[in-house]
Ligand binder design. Structure first.
Ligand code: PBG
Length: 322
């Protein structure tokens, strides 16, 4: 073969050729936008730890949902900040809580937008842990009915899908059974299957007021050093009936996204978490990175790694560029 027959640069010679042979394309259909809802009316309060994000009352959540949909957005993920917290996180299942009211307001205004809800105890429980606490320990099985009750409150209010993020063993099965028994066998579950005990959740815990009041989440979230365990978590969640599985965080765990992509043909989501966004925004603010280029490169990397869906706070900002 006379040298050089193959010159990869030939296909890099112009933007037209770049576009023609691009392997990974980001689309508005890929993105899910997480938002934070509170009770009350006419509230749109900037969240200091999450630049560009707000605490939204149900009416304002519906406003923002409409703007998002007009930009081509397809799906939201709702987090709730309740008015009261107790040991069992009972406000999470309150049909008059911020999440059910926001679901109804959004569905009334933008029926075509998919509304997914985060299901967990940490935002609703006084101790800030994702499960029930007894004697200073997070209990697994007693937590499950509380998660199921919260999921049920969300689908009763009209949620299209629920997304348990607590990492208790068996919660997908428990939620699946509860939804089926109540006649919601048609509502899918997106499981936070592979959720690491990550420092990159820092800004979120301020935004959701959900930092644990003692200890940390290492008793239920995964060791960042573990890859094989991710396979087990996904296999268990799929066996329990998960419809979509998720890896979280995204950017520092691209190898795990690929690992799970190769393990299952089911839809795979990845969560670009608060700290990942904070890094990009902070670097852009000091002029170290170009915001648009960094945002798009970070997201295309997650998709290239194998994610079908990306949960990202950057969704409304990147939509106009897709
Ligand atoms: C609650 C939950 C967390 C996130 C999503 N759901 C925080 C945590 O586990 O402490 C993190 C989201 C983010 O950092 O953007 N279980």
């Amino acid at each position: 073969m006379p040298w050089p027959v193959h010159r990869p640069r030939r296909l890099r010679d112009s933007q037209i050729l770049w576009d023609l042979v691009r392997e990974t394309k980001l689309s508005p259909f890929d993105l899910i936008y997480p938002i934070f809802v509170v009770s009350g009316q006419n509230k749109k309060i900037p969240i200091p730890s999450l630049p560009g994000q707000f605490h939204l009352s149900p009416d304002q959540a519906a406003e923002l949902a409409q703007e998002f949909s007009q930009k081509g957005g397809r799906a939201l993920l709702l987090f709730g900040l309740p008015d009261y917290k107790d040991e069992t996180g009972s406000s999470g299942a309150d049909p008059k809580g911020p999440v059910p009211l926001a679901i109804q307001a959004i569905k009334a205004k933008v029926p075509g937008l998919a509304v997914i809800t985060d299901v967990c105890l940490c935002e609703y429980a006084s101790h800030g842990h994702c499960g029930l606490v007894e004697g200073g320990r997070v209990k697994n099985d007693p937590t499950l009915p509380h998660l199921a009750e919260q999921a049920l409150a969300h689908v009763r209010a009209g949620a299209d899908m629920v997304a348990p993020s607590d990492m208790m063993d068996g919660r997908v099965g428990a939620i699946r059974r509860a939804l089926d028994e109540a006649g919601f066998e048609d509502r899918p579950i997106m499981a936070y299957s592979v959720k690491y005990a990550s420092c990159f959740y820092g800004p979120f815990r301020d935004a959701a007021d959900s930092a644990p009041s003692f200890g940390d989440r290492r008793g239920y979230q995964m060791d960042p050093a573990n890859r094989l365990e991710a396979r087990l978590e996904v296999e268990l969640d799929l066996a329990e009936g998960a419809d979509i599985v998720m890896v979280k965080p995204a950017g520092p765990y691209l190898d795990i996204i690929r690992e799970i992509r190769n393990l299952t043909d089911r839809p795979l989501a990845a969560y670009q978490v608060s700290g990942e966004m904070a890094m990009i925004k902070a670097a852009a603010a000091v002029g170290a990175l170009d915001f648009k280029a960094a945002a798009l490169e970070s997201l295309v990397g997650v998709k290239r790694a194998g994610a079908d869906l990306i949960l990202t706070y950057l969704a409304p900002e990147v939509l106009p560029w897709l």
